[in-house]
Design a protein around this ligand. Structure first.
Ligand code: NAD
Length: 462
């Protein structure tokens, strides 16, 4: 190591604040890039997908996230935020390189596909023309950051110093901008004082509001992210397991959740019984965690997550069974599906319970008419044969049964009178427990919900 390598702090070549790159400009990366520009940094977003980069460069967001389009347009317009497919350009431009590429579930396996992260880290390490910091934000199996740091050191240019940190991301789709600009905590795993210093500079705005900054080692930082997701998934499956109980014995799952939620040690959030979790994070993250822990020889330690996953997937079966009970043979029956995104205020349909259910009903012979306020296009890429329409009214028109599967506000606010003259039969399944059952039953609807005992269908417990 030369004296310059060892002693030269990572300082921007130009005066002023460090220049940032964000490698991978999907849901996480595009949000991070635009939010960092909003905080006053010069940012360069990098992706291997030229179509995405062209759209972002024109200020067009290729997905839906509240408030993000406005930030993107503002900062691409001002020239503070640019996009490229060139890693070389990023290597010349940046002092801090954020890695935000995908870590999807491997095809046919439960472990995470690390090939995108490995490629991105090696490429930026090789491209960096001056001392710089690589910061991983993607969700990775424990042990990855240490190995990726070693990889970066192998690929870096002679005379260039690369510092390394892992800074997991906790943003929620639907609140991504707010969560990035005002995070509830910052977690940084590193053994580098330079990385610590630079990241405190990058996150100075949040730190000025006393946001907790948790400086730790690589392993803890990696585990914090997957532990948080495993906990949230468990909480959802916990209440959904009780749904299976109330479906059998009776009782009100919403009141149960409210009542235990008043206990501050438990809390009410993430206790909404329904079709379960989905999206690009929770399902694959709990599977990857189990896979990684298994590789470490600790198979039994996380085996409860297998049950969490199974409870979650059984909720989808339950909706299909409820439809079968109501309709009998599904051939030729018309089913209205309201909502296909995995959660409201997002167009993300990755592992979406709603879209999975819609596809299964189609496969069973039904004519499935779908409306999602933002996710029709993404849904059609996965299930082109469903009938996509542009309004609730068009979706429910002549329906034998209506399914509310994603709790967009427009569906939550729906009243029986809004649609009762449009449907063929007044039957509704509330897959998110957001409608008022009494109102619907009083209006003459057959009402079903997850966690609700079907009247006269299952044996009473005496
Ligand atoms: P995404 O699929 O939307 O985006 C990933 C992007 O990386 C794509 O645009 C892809 O083209 C690009 N990419 C792949 N290889 C590349 C390479 N070598 N160089 C440059 N770009 C490359 O995924 P996402 O939802 O943004 O998730 C990214 C990571 O963040 C994952 O690990 C995920 O678990 C984690 N995460 C996501 C969220 C979320 O809400 N989406 C929240 C927290 C953490």
């Amino acid at each position: 190591m030369t004296a310059r390598e060892a002693g030269h702090p990572i300082r921007p070549l130009s005066s002023g604040r460090p220049k940032l790159t964000v490698i991978g400009t999907g849901y996480l990366g595009a949000t991070h890039a635009a939010s960092m520009a909003e905080l006053g940094f010069e940012v360069l977003g990098v992706d291997v997908d030229p179509v995405k980069i062209d759209a972002l460069s024109r200020g067009e967001l290729p997905f839906y996230e509240p408030g993000l389009s406005e930030l993107l347009r503002k900062h691409t317009g001002a020239g503070r935020l640019r996009f490229t497919t060139s890693m070389e350009e990023a290597g010349v431009f940046g002092d801090v390189h954020f890695i935000a590429v995908g870590t999807p579930q491997k095809a046919g396996e439960t472990s995470a596909d690390m090939s995108y992260v490995t490629a991105a880290v090696s490429a930026i390490a090789a491209a960096a023309t001056r001392n710089s910091l690589i910061v991983g934000k993607s969700t990775v199996p424990v042990g990855s950051a240490r190995a990726l740091n070693a990889l970066a050191q192998q690929h870096k240019r002679q005379g260039v110093r690369i510092e390394f940190a892992w800074n997991p991301e906790f943003l929620r789709e639907g609140f991504a901008v707010e969560d990035t600009l005002r995070p509830d905590r910052l977690v940084v795993g590193t053994d580098s004082p330079e990385a610590d210093r630079l990241l405190r500079e990058v996150y100075a705005d949040a730190l000025s509001r006393d946001t907790p900054f948790i400086l730790t080692d690589f392993e803890t930082a990696e585990l914090v992210k997957v532990a948080a997701n495993a906990f949230l998934a468990t909480k959802i499956s916990f209440i959904n397991a009780f749904s299976e109980v109330t479906e059998t014995v009776g009782g009100d799952i919403r009141t149960l959740a409210d009542a235990i939620g008043y206990d501050a040690r438990i809390g009410r959030r993430f206790l909404n019984a329904g079709v379960g979790f989905g999206g690009g994070c929770l399902p694959k993250d709990i599977r990857a965690l189990q896979a990684r822990i298994g590789e470490l020889g600790l198979e039994r330690t996380m085996s409860f997550l297998d049950e969490v996953d199974k409870i979650n997937l059984r909720r989808r079966d339950r909706v299909v069974h409820l439809v079968e009970e109501l309709l009998g043979d599904m051939n030729g029956k018309r089913i209205a599906v309201l909502g296909t995104s995995f959660k409201p205020d997002s167009d993300d349909v990755r592992d979406s319970p709603a879209l999975d259910i819609a596809g299964r009903l189609y496969t069973a012979g039904a004519e499935v008419c779908v409306f999602d306020p933002k996710a029709n296009e993404n849904s059609a890429k996965r299930f082109p044969r469903l009938d996509y329409v542009d309004s609730t009214e068009a979706a429910v028109s002549n329906a034998d049964v209506v399914l509310l599967l994603t709790e967009w506000r427009t569906f939550k606010d729906m009243k029986p009178g809004d649609i009762e003259d449009l449907v063929k039969h007044r039957r509704i399944i509330d897959g998110r427990n957001v409608l008022n059952r009494v109102d619907w039953e009083n209006a003459g609807w057959t009402f079903r919900a997850l966690g609700l005992k079907v009247p006269g269908r299952l044996a009473d417990v005496s």
